[in-house]
Design a protein around this ligand. Structure first.
Ligand code: NAD
Length: 481
């Protein structure tokens, strides 16, 4: 038996089979999650489909429901955050922020105006452009921010009049299962269903005939599989995928200031952020000073179990990701890079890795070219700014990037040249519900958040109301007689 339940059609649904969920702070299974069967997935999509008929007709109910959801979330931090910390590894304070962010996203979309556009209103016709829901949404999330990223989907999808079947990552299913269970009293049955299982459950969802849209956050590799799976049925897709985000330091930057801020932008959530800084380009003249500040930050930050009050960084979330970070750091060191600090796994149980600053390496090293998604940051020196912008853009990734300098106009001019969905100047990871977020190139298709994110959960409909007495369109001229 699992310790947590799925929610399908408003009912609590256990599963005959379950799978273990590991606490990354000690590498041990601490709870079990239901392993959803195909029949249960069918039931979830059926419930979502039936619920959508009424849900799409009552915008007032949708807005009121989102506000009630926010209230429940705001009251549930003490119950949800420890579950999130146990399965994800992040410090309790960060877990609480995730729950809080979920509530903020519900409130934002509850209040977002969605006016119809009138594009013609004359003697001939009144033509309105309106947004209609796509229908049932299959929502699939990763393990780095299980709750925040789920609500980037749930909140706009619900406002637009859709219903959902949501699947969290098998590494972090529990906080999502519990959240939907807690919300059950304020959401009409079938509007939000949550199922849990392995990767194959995700594939069943994207190939299922009921959903009209797949909203996916995860790796590029899986994103491509999702796109292929959705294509035969022409399902709409939004894909939020991986990044290899550059930070470019300019020669007028203050190393003490940018070093600290870049460290925060790279090591947030232990480097497990899609849009975290993943490579830093520093002019030769400032290289040693910036490395010194980064290494000092990395040495001083407290790494520990998420439940310890002073922990700032937890473990890496799972064994495959832990192995990947070890492999990429090992590869860099064996090809001539140096570790200004860190460089290896910590000698303790769980998936702890030393916060690592790598120097003496350049493009062409795997950890510079690939997404490490962990607490290891390569710092690369450069001479020519035009050349470095080209190198920053010479990649299939295009999620975000940042430029750092005292002359912020000059920095903004360079940020404008970055080929990515978010270009920051003198900051990194500044995100909000009203700001569109998405990737260029292989980092994604479509965006989340703001009115642009809401639009992704809709179809555009032109409503043409003829004003001519005989119902004939005057524009058709000779075509109709
Ligand atoms: P992943 O691609 O391995 O898994 C993501 C989700 O997809 C999980 O729920 C998984 O079970 C499911 N899945 C796996 N195979 C599937 C298939 N064939 N069909 C459908 N679903 C399937 O990614 P991950 O390791 O959980 O997350 C880390 C990745 O996510 C990183 O690359 C990171 O950059 C990216 N990410 C992107 C964003 C963004 O907004 N752009 C945000 C967070 C994470």
């Amino acid at each position: 038996m699992s310790d947590f339940v799925m929610t399908i059609g408003g009912d609590t649904v256990p599963a005959a089979e379950s799978f273990g969920v590991i606490n990354p702070a000690n590498g041990e299974v601490f709870a079990h999650a239901p392993d959803c069967t195909r029949e249960q997935l069918d039931a979830a999509f059926d419930a979502a489909s039936k619920a959508q008929r009424d849900w799409k007709t009552d915008e007032g109910l949708r807005r009121a429901t989102l506000l009630k959801m926010a209230d429940v979330l705001l009251a549930s931090g003490t119950e949800l955050a420890p579950i999130l910390t146990a399965e994800q590894g992040k410090p309790l304070g960060d877990a609480n922020i995730e729950v809080f962010a979920a509530a903020i996203w519900c409130q934002y979309f509850a209040n977002l105006e969605t006016p119809a556009q009138v594009i013609q209103d004359d003697a001939e016709a009144r033509v309105e452009v309106v947004r209609r829901p796509v229908g049932v949404v299959a929502a699939i999330t990763p393990w780095n921010f299980p709750l925040t990223l789920a609500f980037w989907k749930i909140a706009p999808a619900l406002l637009a009049g859709n219903t959902l079947v949501l699947k969290p990552s098998p590494f972090t299913p529990l906080s999502t299962l519990k959240t939907v269970e807690l919300l059950r009293d304020v959401i009409p049955p079938g509007v939000v269903n949550v199922v849990s299982g392995g990767d194959e459950l995700g594939a069943w969802m994207t190939g299922h005939p009921v959903p009209r849209k797949v909203s996916f956050t995860g790796s590029i590799e899986t994103g491509k599989k999702v796109a292929l799976s959705a294509a035969p049925d022409l399902k709409r897709v939004t894909l939020e995928l991986g990044g290899n985000d550059p930070a470019i330091v300019l020669d007028d930057a203050d190393p003490a200031v940018v070093g600290k801020a870049i460290f925060a932008g790279a090591f947030n959530n232990n480097g497990q952020v899609c849009s975290a800084i993943k490579r830093v380009y520093v002019p030769e003249s400032l290289y040693d000073q910036v490395v010194e500040v980064l290494a000092d930050q990395a040495t001083r930050i407290k790494v520990g179990e998420g439940t310890e009050p002073d922990s700032k960084l937890g473990p890496i979330n799972n064994a495959p990701q832990f192995e990947r970070v070890k492999e990429l750091v090992g590869d860099a060191l064996s090809h001539g890079a140096s570790a200004a600090t860190g460089g290896k796994a910590m000698d303790r149980p769980g998936y702890f890795f030393e916060p690592t600053i790598l120097t003496d390496l350049t493009d062409g090293t795997r950890i510079v070219d690939e997404e490490q998604f962990g607490p290891a940051l390569p710092v690369i020196s450069y001479r020519d700014i035009d050349d470095v912008v080209e190198r920053a853009n010479a990649t299939h990734f295009g999620l975000s990037g940042s430029v750092w300098g005292t002359d912020s106009d000059r920095a903004a001019g360079i940020a404008n040249q970055l080929e990515c969905g978010t270009a920051w100047v003198n900051t990194h990871l500044a995100l909000s519900p009203q700001q569109p977020f998405g990737g260029f190139k292989w980092s994604g298709v479509g965006v989340e958040n703001g009115p642009w994110g809401l639009a992704e959960f809709t179809e555009v409909q032109a409503v043409y109301r003829s004003k001519s007495a005989d119902g004939l369109n005057l524009n058709t001229g000779g075509l109709v007689s």
